[in-house]
Write a protein that binds this ligand. Structure first.
Ligand code: NAD
Ligand code: WQD
Length: 338
């Protein structure tokens, strides 16, 4: 049985491919490298000792997908491919709706043609919107405030409707909280283009001297130290959740939605201080205005993942900050030489 991983050269996809290979799953990657580089595949090969089969192409290209599907007997698809920058999605909504929604429609149409009816989808805690009380559980109302969030909500809905219309489908929508960290080998990790939008890559770039100081977006939130609280989850724990979701789909038809988070919230300053203590490297910061669209606190109720998938996060914040730093320190320019 073979699993197709779209976006398998990306940050979460590459870590998931490693965990799948460790479980002796056969894996085929599809990626167009719009936000990743081929070097990732060499690194996966070094870590796993296995050759990686990869088809370079765009999920928006249906003929390309048909060609890939005609070559393998896929058991399931893990669909990571998509764009993920919230701010960019506000500026370029069509780009996001094309790549996140239209491409997914292509994918599920081709899956249906080839009778591959199991999918694990990368959704996001962003679908909990601004109005729920923490911890966020899967029964809470969902909403969005930007095209990226709407694209995740819409794809969750589309996949659920497909499963409701055809009892052969197995759909697991995974809502990730805040993935950080890197593989313990320091060979793969997050490699953002340009100025990072997210906290952890910004912190590591300040720590290595690439950027002068971190801007902490607000210290007047109703949290223990006034800075925003999030559920940071190690990317390897997240990756393992996908292996279990694939197994779950093998025995359970229908659509489900599952949070992947630790259930613990840490503030921006908790993360910065832990990073400095564990790695013995300073992270200068200044307090700035709040970032529009941010909520004070976001963390998961992770009960369902444990009950349904037998999954729970194992790594601590200390593991996360150590692995993020080791990746950055050993690869100052990510996968690029300079
Ligand atoms: P990433 O950008 O590192 O990985 C996405 C990969 O998909 C990249 O390798 C990119 O080249 C590829 N890709 C994009 N569009 C494609 C297309 N049309 N055809 C083929 N390949 C394409 O992002 P990531 O952080 O690994 O996120 C993976 C998924 O998880 C995304 O769908 C993202 O929205 C979702 N997600 C991410 C986070 C996060 O904080 N990283 C949180 C919640 C959800
Ligand atoms: C975390 C905390 C910021 C940067 C985003 C997406 C979400 C999901 C994960 C894809 C917040 C603060 C940040 C900085 C800061 N992605 N911060 N200075 O906003 O929780 O979630 O990524 O699905 O959809 O919205 O993550 O890492 O940007 O921010 O103070 O330079 O760090 O205000 O409190 P966020 P983040």
């Amino acid at each position: 049985m073979t699993i197709l991983v779209t976006g398998g050269a990306g940050y979460i996809g590459s870590h998931t491919v490693i965990e799948l290979l460790k479980q002796n799953e056969e894996v085929i990657i599809v990626d167009n490298f719009c936000n990743s580089v081929p070097e990732v595949l060499n690194r996966i090969n070094i870590i796993t000792g296995k050759d990686i089969i990869m088809h370079e192409g765009d999920v928006q290209d249906k003929e390309f997908l048909r060609d890939v599907f005609s070559q393998y007997d896929f058991d399931a698809v893990i669909h990571f491919a998509g764009y993920k920058a919230v701010g960019e999605s506000v500026e370029q909504p069509l780009k996001y709706y094309q790549n996140n929604i239209a491409a997914t429609l292509n994918l599920v149409e081709v899956m249906t043609e080839f009778n591959v009816k199991s999918i694990v989808f990368s959704s996001s805690a962003t679908v909990y919107g601004m109005n729920n009380q923490v911890p966020f559980n899967e029964t809470m109302p969902t909403s969005a405030t930007n095209p990226y969030g709407y694209s995740k909500l819409m794809v969750e809905q589309i996949l659920t409707d497909i499963a409701n219309s055809d009892a052969d489908w197995a759909v697991t929508n995974l809502r990730y909280f805040n993935p950080i960290g890197a593989h313990e080998s320091s060979l793969i990790g997050e490699c953002p283009n340009g100025i990072p939008n997210n906290l952890m890559p910004y912190v590591t770039q300040v720590a290595i001297g690439e950027r002068e100081e971190l801007s902490v977006f607000g210290n007047d939130y109703d949290t223990h130290d006034g800075t925003g609280v999030r559920d940071y989850i190690h990317v390897t724990d997240l990756a393992k959740g996908h292996v279990l979701a694939i197994n779950y789909n093998r025995t359970h038809k229908g659509a489900t939605v599952v949070n992947l988070g630790t259930g613990i919230g840490y503030s921006v300053l908790d993360l910065v201080k832990t990073f400095e203590e564990i790695n013995k490297v300073p992270v200068p910061y200044k307090i700035c205005d709040r970032r529009p669209g941010d909520i004070a606190t976001c963390y998961a109720d992770a009960t369902k993942a444990k009950e349904l998938l037998g999954w729970q996060a194992e790594k601590t914040l200390e593991d996360m900050v150590r692995d993020s730093w080791n990746w950055q320190a050993k690869n100052p320019h990510g996968y690029h030489t300079k």
